[in-house]
Design a protein around this ligand. Structure first.
Ligand code: B3K
Ligand code: ZN
Length: 890
């Protein structure tokens, strides 16, 4: 917990370190009531900095360290006494006397009491670590910054019986047994790395083993370690790992570099997973998956996260970040890499739809809120608060734009140059962009504003058609709203991929004024000015433009489409993503009309063109079933909130539910047909987590969710049959989700009870059980959540449980969370205050919905602000919570 005033750290203050650590030798003695950490640092003055202070004395050495009990300290074998060094809450400062020296320290720490899950801690009976970003300083005194890269040797000693498995980074080089039941193992990592990539695991674990032969013919041992009861749930992660290794060789030419690659699954983990060198530590929810216990979405999430962490071995570990302002260098790049991997393994269009829907709903909201920051922020108080959708997802979009501008081959040339040039270094986003420029002979100076400017740009597009001259002009106007600390923005480079559709959907060859001939039916324009017009010639009929295909830039764009034109694009666009997007735009327009009606107390009426559009989608057998499922999904309440001027959660919910019911009634027969045929196949074939099967189940289950709104007996019966007679969690859980939202109280209670009986010992499945209930919009949501917090399977100490119950309630159950009496806000603030003391990172993340207060009416605004003020006044706040609350109230 913070005792001093929180300090703001600025990128402009970056200085290279005064000292370097060539070697780090660690010894851990694990005990039940404490752990001893002995550290030997082989250090020298940083030649890069030495020149600056030329002949002056050596600067003091300031090591980071928090919550450590210093037991002994030696400088070059001479023990230092209390007058030889200065110790405070966060540093140990001593005075070196030579250019090269060795520091030996011993500290006592208490992983058994660590509830923040940062540093060394216990998850169940197992010891594990999480060091990124600044957790290593809770393990030992160190230069805990990513530009200090060192060679690590680690010895772990513990009781043989309790901790038969002892792991750390790199390769195992020695092991043995000690006195009375203890044993030890030594690991050596030949690659120098920053401390944030350090890892240690000790426990009674079983492992699944496999191997991979790399492109140069080396055999790598692959191991996934889990609690014994989970040994049957590792195969999907192992398959995903092998696919990732192969993909990175094929697409990026990157080979794995150690003899062994390990994944360990732990139950208590603050995020998804961590890319520690050679020893990835995963939230068990991101590893374990089998048909009976994990949904299709969970299988796909495991595949993506395994790939993401594996890809970090190059984008993050071999080439790392100079400082934490450069976080997107590794995260944006690695998200882009994992997104392309998932697109190659599954349906590319569907993956793009999911990612864009997520970005537009959640990252756009972050960009419009008090914590808005660019993908390379200028300052922060607590770096843990900057593992954001902006750094990750928008960072990935920025790389995707570079990919679009230089092309796939150009991008590969750039990444090759980047990896070759900077292997073993800690570098900046500028270094990355420079490699892309140098490899392709392009100038990305203006493009780089995406790295420094926050906020979501707007792009308003209009058309002018001159039939007589066969000229068609598109005018683009860009702007970007102010964000905290950035009132004015300079124009961005916005790649606009587009096509022009003629009658019947025919694509018109694209020739810009001044060009000799047409080139292609689809092309990318670069919009660089505040206002810019592009004129196409030889356009003999008035076209309909298909704009920002594949969401070619992370902007809010508009074009004055009529509803009929959107329906036309839904059916005829050759770009699958834009077919979906046209449907979303149509749905938003129609739903906003119904929201207005509800607010004015008028009778709600749906524009039946939406019904026609959905009917077309359902009738189009050429469409991938996953696409049909996506196109049948109305924009979420969260997205409707994002696009509203002033969000009215009650009206949004009422309008969307009204539309769903209307669609269900009008399309009942065809929905039933698509449901029944797919359900029959599910019933007759064993579960497989493959793209076309996943697609089939998506359609089956979205159809079911519509059908249940009609409440006919045949549907309820089908629903219960699917619940009882299914070999997989996807089918079971979708029944649970529709039942908890349905009026059939008895069936609901029965299904909930039977589900909990069956899965009470599986914490990940129970998370799903909590989540579907937390998300139910039926009245009384808060009381249900409070009651569930008393359930024996719930604990506020486990981040997955907090996310499944409290997080799902505040983020997905908007109509209950935003109750006008402020009870939802009060509840969330109470949880944040409790968690602030236990786990600041989770507390600070949980806060996000309250920070969005500007989106709501005056009454809600003041209630939400009131809760933020209450948190601020609640006592000793962690820097994590302090930063988010204080910026939200500013
Ligand atoms: N690099 C880690 C995130 C660490 C978060 C620390 N608060 C996981 C990932 O992005 O792969
Ligand atoms: Zn990452």
């Amino acid at each position: 917990m913070r005792t001093d005033q929180p300090k703001v750290i600025h990128l402009k203050d970056y200085k290279a370190p005064d000292y370097l650590i060539d070697e780090t030798h660690l010894t851990f003695e694990l005990h039940e009531d404490h752990t001893m950490v002995h550290t030997q640092l082989v250090m020298r003055r940083n030649p890069e900095r030495a020149g600056e202070s030329a002949d002056v004395a050596l600067p003091p050495l300031m090591l980071d360290g928090q919550e450590l009990e210093l037991v002994s300290l030696f400088l070059d074998d001479i023990e230092l006494t209390r007058t030889d060094f200065v110790l405070d809450d966060s540093h140990l400062t001593l005075q070196p006397t030579a250019e090269r020296f060795v520091v030996d320290s011993s500290v006592r720490i208490h992983p058994e009491l660590n509830t923040a899950l940062e540093g060394l801690y216990k998850s169940g009976k197992m010891f594990c670590t999480q060091c990124e970003a600044e957790g290593f300083r809770k393990i030992t005194y160190y230069l805990d910054r990513p530009d200090v890269m060192s060679r690590f040797t680690t010895t772990v000693s513990g009781e043989q019986e309790r901790y038969p498995v002892l792991l750390s980074n790199g390769n195992p080089i020695a092991s043995g047994t000690d006195e009375s039941g203890r044993h030890w193992a030594t690991w050596e990592d030949p690659f120098k790395k920053p401390a944030y990539l350090f890892a240690l695991v000790a426990g009674d674990l079983w492992c699944v083993e496999d191997s991979f032969t790399t492109m140069s013919g080396r055999s790598v041992a692959l191991r996934i370690y889990v609690d014994p009861e989970n040994i049957d749930k590792c195969q999907h992660a192992m398959d995903s790992l092998k696919k990732s290794m192969k993909w990175d060789e094929e697409v990026y030419g990157r080979e794995y570099d150690l003899d062994i690659f390990m994944i360990v699954a732990v139950n208590d983990f603050n995020m998804g997973a961590m890319e520690n060198k050679g020893l990835n530590i995963f939230n068990s929810s991101a590893v374990l998956a089998k048909a009976e216990t994990a949904t299709d979405a969970a299988h796909q999430r495991v595949e993506a996260i395994v790939a993401h962490e594996y890809f970090h071995n190059w984008s993050g570990n071999r080439v790392t970040c100079r400082d934490w302002f450069q976080l997107s260098l590794k995260e944006g790049f690695t998200v882009f890499r994992d997104a392309e991997f998932s697109a190659d393994m599954n349906s590319r269009t569907v993956k793009r739809i999911e990612d864009v829907a997520y970005l537009r709903t959640h990252q756009f909201a972050e960009d419009a809120g008090p914590m808005a920051h660019s993908i390379r922020p200028d300052s922060f108080i607590e770096i843990s608060n900057f593992y954001t959708l902006t750094i990750y997802e928008k960072g990935s979009e920025v790389l995707r734009m570079i990919h679009t501008l230089v092309g796939a081959e150009g991008f590969r040339r750039g990444s090759d140059l980047y990896f070759d040039r900077h292997d073993g270094q800690a570098v900046t986003c500028d270094d990355f962009v420079k490699a892309m420029e140098d490899a392709n002979g392009v100038d990305l100076t203006q493009f780089k504003r995406w790295y420094s400017q926050a906020g979501t740009p707007r792009l308003d597009i209009s058309e002018q058609y001159d039939e007589a001259a066969a000229r068609y002009a598109l005018t683009f106007r860009q702007s970007c709203p102010p964000t905290p600390g950035q009132a004015e923005k300079l124009p961005f480079v916005i790649p606009v991929e587009l096509g022009l559709l003629g009658a019947g959907g025919r694509e018109i060859p694209l020739r810009l004024e001044g060009e000799d001939s047409a080139s292609g039916l689809n092309r990318v324009l670069s919009v660089t000015d505040p206002e810019q017009t592009f004129v196409f010639v030889d356009v003999t009929e008035k076209p309909l433009p298909s704009l920002l295909r594949g969401f070619s830039a992370p902007v809010k764009w508009s074009f004055p489409y009529t509803r009929d034109q959107l329906m036309f694009l839904m059916q005829h666009d050759t770009d699958g993503f834009n077919r979906w997007d046209a449907g979303q735009q149509l749905s938003v327009q129609v739903l906003q009309g119904v929201i207005d009606q509800h607010q004015q107390g008028a009778v709600m009426q749906l524009d039946t063109r939406l019904v026609d559009a959905f009917a077309h989608v359902l009738a189009d057998t050429s469409l991938d079933q996953a696409m049909v499922a996506e196109m049948l999904s109305l924009p979420s309440e969260a997205y409707l909130t994002e696009v509203a001027q002033v969000a009215d959660p009650d009206a949004i919910h009422a309008a969307r539910e009204y539309a769903r019911r209307f669609l269900a009634g009008a399309l009942f027969d065809v929905l039933w047909k698509r449901y029944a045929e797919n359900r029959a196949i599910s019933k007759a074939t064993p579960y497989r987590a493959e793209a076309n099967e996943i697609a089939r189940r998506s359609l089956q289950n979205i159809a079911l969710s519509y059908l249940m709104l009609e409440g006919q007996e045949q549907v309820v019966a089908a629903c219960l049959d699917q619940f009882d007679d299914s070999d997989n969690m996807t089918e079971k859980l979708s029944v649970m989700a529709v039942l908890v939202n349905s009026p059939f109280e008895e069936a609901r209670a029965d299904a909930l009870r039977r589900f909990a009986d069956t899965f009470k010992d599986n914490p990940l499945v129970m998370d799903q059980w909590f989540s579907v209930q937390a998300g139910s919009p039926l009245p009384g949501g808060l009381d249900r959540v409070k009651a569930l917090m008393e359930h024996p399977a719930f604990t506020v100490k486990n981040p997955n449980k907090v996310r499944a119950l409290i997080g799902a309630f505040a983020n997905q159950n908007l109509v209950n969370f935003h109750q006008k009496d402020g009870s939802g806000y009060r509840f969330l603030a109470d949880q944040v205050i409790t968690l602030n003391a236990l786990n600041p990172q989770i507390a600070s993340r949980l806060l996000a919905p309250l920070t969005r207060w500007r989106k709501y009416d005056d009454a809600r605004q003041s209630l939400m602000r009131g809760e933020l003020e209450r948190i601020l006044a609640s006592g000793s706040l962690s820097s994590d919570v302090y930063e988010v609350v204080s910026k939200s109230l500013a």
